[in-house]
Design a protein around this ligand. Sequence first.
Ligand SMILES: [Zn+2]
Length: 350
Amino acid sequence: MLSRRSLIKTFSALPFIACIPRLGNAATIANFSKLKEGYAQRLKKILAAGELPYIDIESSCNSTKLDMVFVAKRMDQLNIGLMALSADIGKGQFKEGVRFDHLSERLLASYPDRFIPVGNGGQAPAFSETPDEFLDAHEAAARAKQIMLLGEFEFRHYPSPRQAKRGEMDRDVNVPIDGPIGQRVFSLSERTGMAFQIHYEIEDALLAPLESMLEQYPKAKVIWCHLAQIRYIERASRYSPAYVDTLISRFQNLFFDTAFGDAGSIYPLSNQRHTRAWANDSSLKPEWRDLIAAYPKRFLSALDLGGDRLYRIAEYDQNHRNFLQRLPAETRHQVAYRSAWSLLFGEEFA
Ligand SMILES: [Zn+2]
């Protein structure tokens, strides 16, 4: 929890973030609209300079090691519009009892026009060992309008390529999406109207439980991260652009982020090129491009920076822009910032 002193410091630095209990929701909703003004100005400034801004809907970091000045400067240099930079609660913080990291307040206190207040990464140990405490804290933050977005919740997560290379296999996560924790996350989204991100590896056996949850919670706003990222092709015979098309048609509140590797990116544990949207000649496969162009409102920009790779932001930006560049111009603008805008604010970017 924030100390009284740091609360006063944060709130005096940023009066419109402060929640005035006496005024209830009206005051806090007004805070979001003030943030929205700053975001719009920043996006419009980049557009006016002839550049393409995008909203990185999914990046994360270790808040105790973050150099926010570095990230903010790079965002300016690279014309990155906004970033939803979530804090992952590390093992040390977890042992100290942290169940909600207030990184977003710090980011907004310094840079209110570029960071989207977002909850913490749903990762082990906080999400797996103390899910109720973790979700209680997030529900409170959502209700107090301290955050606009939740996630990324790791329901099924293989070790990341970097962890696999380092031999760190403890992130082989399996939290049943249709179990009690999944029920609570989907219900939280329905009750608060807040979107959330899931990390959910693409496997045949995992598709039915996800579909069942989307059916049970039609108002839950779900961002399935890492479109077309399949680590083991032999486990994913059903997933294809046609399958994603059927999901989009069936579920009106299902979205996909486009944080994926470049055409040459290999998942070390299977030795496969896991970003299936790319063809062998490094072009974007037409069936994926056409799907995105057919439903551009369902796809969002994302970098998926993490605590161990924030310094590679320019490389990730280049990779993402290479993808955006392959989309028709109108689709590109929709995916880059318009989709995230309407998901966050319930209205078109104007
Ligand atoms: Zn992920």
